[in-house]
Design a protein around this ligand. Structure first.
Ligand SMILES: Nc1ncnc2c1ncn2[C@@H]1O[C@H](COP(=O)(O)OP(=O)(O)OP(=O)(O)O)[C@@H](O)[C@H]1O
Ligand SMILES: [Mg+2]
Length: 246
């Protein structure tokens, strides 16, 4: 495997009963590269994301991450490897407050005599700092995530990924159900990960939304990879035209 690639999906197939969701799909994601995964409804985009999240296992094919063959068995396992999902709501536990969400599964502890105790003050301070860093001006670390907007929640996921040494983000329709202003904000974050050396797969129905931020498009149709287009070689209209022909 090319060391410039952080992820390689090789000859993946997946069916659900009689539905062949993916047939022999292969593509790569480079380091600090943003790949836009586009295609019509039912093309298999979310299935790819779900395979990477360990929600399902592929029937056939292999996945390589940082040059090693990996098997994703659960979302927790995927996150431990360094791949972070950014969903509208499911990646954060709604009823928890901001700092708890931020440190979910990675709580900071300190020594207290012979014991290890949760370092709440440190976690609260850091989670607020990180959110400000990425442009979400939260005031209270105790604020419940259920009162945060969709865009703010996504920012939390992105911030969490950066803070904990995540290497890759998966965004499945991050702008669905967001206001124009929030869409703009989320896309800016989605783009900012490149400067931090992170890689990303972003799924979006709106080619115009993601055209400014992606490096390459992988175009899916009926469970197959139709083609790949480097942004440098095509206009947004070319991508849309390719999609319309499917
Ligand atoms: N858990 C499942 N059980 C049965 N069929 C499924 C399941 N998940 C996906 N499918 C089917 O697999 C195919 C691909 O679905 P997928 O959700 O990956 O498409 P998509 O490209 O994300 O579409 P959309 O743009 O509408 O989100 C569809 O025919 C879908 O109905
Ligand atoms: Mg989908």
């Amino acid at each position: 495997m090319n060391q410039e690639n952080i992820l390689e999906i090789r000859n993946i197939s997946k069916s659900f009963g009689a539905v062949q969701a993916l047939s022999n799909v292969s593509f790569t994601v480079g380091r600090s590269e943003i790949v836009g995964l586009v295609g019509d409804n039912g093309a298999g985009k979310s299935t790819i994301i779900n395979l990477l999240m360990g929600v399902y296992q592929p029937d056939e094919g292999d996945i390589y991450f940082e040059g090693k063959r990996v098997t994703f068995v659960s979302p927790r396992n995927t996150r431990a490897i360094g791949i972070e999902p950014v969903y509208q709501s499911t990646a954060v536990v709604d009823l928890m407050n901001l700092w708890r969400n931020f440190y979910l599964g990675r709580e900071v502890t300190r020594s207290f005599g012979p014991f290890r105790v949760l370092d709440k003050a440190e976690m609260k301070k850091k989670s607020i700092e990180m959110m400000w860093d990425i442009g979400v001006h939260v005031r209270e670390a105790d604020e419940s995530v259920q009162y945060m907007s969709g865009g703010e929640r996504q920012s939390l996921c992105i911030g969490r990924c950066m803070e904990f040494g995540g290497k890759m983000l998966l965004l499945d329709e991050p702008t669905a159900a967001l206001s124009l202003k929030e869409t703009d904000k989320v896309l800016k974050f989605a783009e900012s990960v490149r400067e931090k050396g992170l890689s990303e797969i972003i799924v979006d129905h709106n080619v115009y939304h993601i055209y400014p931020i992606v490096d390459r498009f992988v175009i899916m149709g009926r469970g197959r990879k139709i083609t790949e287009l480097r942004k440098a070689d095509v206009s947004a209209e070319d991508v849309i035209e390719t999609l319309m022909k499917l």
